[in-house]
Design a protein around this ligand. Sequence first.
Ligand code: A2P
Length: 294
Amino acid sequence: MSPPAIATTTKTLNTGAEIPVIALGTWESAPDDAYKAVLAALKDGYRHIDTAWIYGNEVPVGKAIREAGVPREEIFVTTKLWLDNFHDPAKGLETSLKNLGLDYVDLYLMHWPFALDENGKVDSTIDFVKGYANMQKLDKSKAKAIGVSNFDIKNLTTLLEAESTTTVPATNQVELHVKLPQQKLIDFCHSNGIVVEAYSPLGRGDLDNEVLESIAKKHNTGVANVVISWGIFRDTVVLPKSVTPARIKSNLDYIKLDADDINTINEIHIKEGTRRHCNFGKDKGVTVFHADEN
Ligand code: A2P
């Protein structure tokens, strides 16, 4: 029996809402490409689209969502609060909703755990705890769930232990792939009822790997399908990005990996080394991933 289609398989958020376990990622998708990619994805059966204000593509992403012919309530839409709106997340949300042309998003994430001022410099007048406290006051009819992104265990612990935190983040969206599996972070999130979302699940297209190729060959599938299936097996929501119609479609082909495959994939980062592609905090002089940098 073939496994259920991953496009329609969901996990339950701590709000009770269902989140499809696979989404189309749109980071670095140029506006016109993003528009076409979202239209193609929704036609292929995706029901989860991930964007962010900083990606600069909310307008075409929203246009495609509105034009795809799929009822809005069947699509799970995520966007993210940029760091210059920690003082007033409602303003950031309004801007994003206007860009998207939508009345609400299903999930609104704090994009990184530090604030920036209007000049792009670190804003030390507000931290992520206060910024998140402000997010908790958002109109729930406009942001159905709130969560965080790029939080490590240290920052999540600080957030969860803060007196002002009354809403546990619904998700933590982080970079996760075979070279950066972060199992301890996943376990920590799960033990706190936080769904983990994997961005760059394909290692940003770094799929040229003999170990993965042999597993793909064994299952008569592609390397991307192997790593997406591994991400789903790990109980994470995966957000592969593509602007290529054939890849968007084929990334929905899920396979059932066996225990040997899983063990082999789990060891890739030990044998080949870890790799983090995105550390915007470091670029700004802020330590965001403490275990990496201490
Ligand atoms: P493209 O968008 O040109 O199709 P990640 O999701 O880890 O950030 O990876 C995104 C990168 O992986 C993009 O360069 C994307 O290229 C590429 N990609 C997406 N799907 C596949 C696939 N099935 N096979 C190979 N490369 C892929």
